[in-house]
Design a protein around this ligand. Structure first.
Ligand SMILES: [Zn+2]
Length: 117
C-alpha cells in the first residue's frame, strides 16, 4: 500500500497512513483512531504549530490586501476594521484544521516525537 502525500491528506484532514479516514471528530478534536485503517492517533501532538503557521500565512496576506485596498480605493479607516477583522478571524479559523492535519501527517510520516535524552 502506497502512503498518501502528507500534504494532500493533511489538507483534506485525512488519516496519514491510508488517506481515507477522518482525522478529526469535531472542529480540532482528533478522533481516537482512523475509521478506515484503525491507526491509533495517540501519537499525534501538533502543539501550537498549526496556530503559528496560520498566523505566518494570514497576517502578511491581510496586511498586503489592506494595503492594496487602501491604495486602490478611498475608504474610511473604520471600513478597514469592518473588512479585515472578520476576514482575519474567518481565515484563521478556516485554515487551522488543514494546517493541523498537515502537521500531524508530517509527524506520522517522519516519525517525529518529543526529544528524549
Ligand atoms: Zn487510516
Amino acid at each position: 500500500m502506497t502512503q498518501p502525500s502528507p500534504i494532500l491528506s493533511g489538507l483534506r484532514c485525512r488519516c496519514p497512513r491510508c488517506g481515507r479516514g477522518r482525522l478529526f471528530r469535531s472542529y480540532l478534536k482528533l478522533a481516537p483512531a482512523c475509521s478506515a485503517c484503525n491507526l491509533d492517533y495517540g501519537f499525534a501532538d501538533s502543539g501550537d504549530g498549526p496556530a503559528v503557521f496560520v498566523i505566518f500565512a494570514v497576517a502578511p496576506l491581510i496586511v498586503i490586501l489592506a494595503l492594496i485596498v487602501d491604495a486602490t480605493f478611498t475608504i474610511q479607516p473604520w471600513m478597514h476594521l469592518v473588512l479585515w477583522i472578520p476576514a482575519t478571524i474567518l481565515l484563521c479559523l478556516g485554515l487551522l484544521p488543514p494546517f493541523k492535519g498537515v502537521l500531524i501527517n508530517l509527524q506520522y510520516r517522519h516519525d517525529a516525537r518529543e526529544g528524549r535524552p
